[in-house]
Ligand binder design. Structure first.
Ligand code: HEC
Length: 282
């Protein structure tokens, strides 16, 4: 079967969704003028863009944390911070899966930064810089995402709370020898997913490219895990089944399809809201 690269694949699905709705809008509301003049100059504020990628990231993080790591540990799959080492039969922890995705985005030509930090990090390199640390304090107090321009790095920044959503988050961090905090509780804000971008608004086309770059990052991270799993002395069977069913891993296509199924509907409606395409004239 011919393989379509996943980045292009998810990009074309997104565009198909957007054009479908743009088409319906133009057809139902305004048969003329044409798409070009109608959509020209439409821009999405960077804050909305950050909310869209953060929602994509929540879908990927939840899928990986619960359906791969959570169920995987029950059937004997290992996950470790040392997963890159040849003699460690393990996959990446959720935080490291996110870092894999971030590194892949960095290699794309899209200037979207992604970083998971904390004020009590296990890894020192995950500590916030001073501007982010100030904002993180505000976020702890208000529980609201923070959006700001950071003059030191000359970038627009968004911070979203990273919550202790599962008992595993709390026990693993509290028991980790390098954790500076040992009394994390369920529901705590353990850190923040921090995004950066050089501009304060993006066009619809840039928005689609950003989502494609993010999704490409998720695909790369999952592929890196599959490549490692293939080298285990007892490699899991890779195909249609998930760790929930036993010692299995979904193939790249099965994983990506499930991620896109969870993320796409929400992303398309957020894009449309941001771009006011659904605003019907009275
Ligand atoms: C099995 C252990 C384990 C589990 C489960 C786990 N983490 Fe972590 N987490 C780590 C380790 C180890 C690091 C440091 C990784 C690195 O950057 O080297 C880390 C990093 C982080 C960071 C970045 C700051 C830091 O501490 O370095 C955040 C925030 C975080 N985890 C939150 C969570 C949340 C929320 C969950 C649950 C959804 C979770 N973790 C589940 C072990 C774990």
């Amino acid at each position: 079967m011919a393989q379509i690269p996943n980045v292009k694949h998810s990009k074309s699905i997104l565009w198909a969704g957007i054009f479908l709705v743009v088409g319906i809008y133009l057809f139902a509301q305004r048969p003329t003028p044409l798409v070009d003049s109608e959509s020209a100059g439409r821009v999405i504020p960077v804050e909305k863009m950050f909310r869209i990628v953060a929602a994509e990231n929540n879908a990927a993080r939840e899928l990986y944390t619960k359906n791969i790591v959570g169920y995987g540990m029950k059937v004997g799959l290992g996950f470790s911070e040392k997963w890159r080492e040849a003699d460690v039969a393990a996959g990446p922890l959720p935080a490291l899966f996110l870092r894999e995705a971030a590194t892949s985005i960095q290699k794309s030509r899209i200037p979207l930064g992604l970083f998971l930090g904390s004020d009590f990090p296990i890894a020192r390199s995950n500590n916030f810089g001073s501007a982010q640390a100030e904002r993180f304090k505000m976020m702890r107090a208000s529980s609201k995402p923070q959006f700001f321009y950071s003059p030191d790095i000359k970038l627009q920044v968004a911070m979203f709370a990273d919550l202790a959503v599962a008992p595993g988050c709390v026990t693993c961090h509290n028991e980790h020898p390098k954790s500076p905090k040992v009394d994390w509780k369920l529901g705590d804000i353990m850190g923040a997913t921090t995004w950066s971008y050089p501009k304060d608004k993006v066009t619809l086309e840039e928005m689609v490219q950003i989502i494609s770059a993010y999704r490409g990052g998720v695909v790369d991270a999952y592929e890196a895990y599959l490549a490692k799993a293939a080298k285990f002395s007892k490699p899991p069977e890779v195909g249609d089944r998930w760790p929930e069913d036993g010692y299995f891993l979904p193939s790249k296509d099965v994983f990506v399809k499930e991620f896109e199924r969870r993320a796409s509907g929400n992303t398309i409606s957020l894009i449309l809201q941001a771009n006011s395409l659904l605003k019907v004239p009275d």
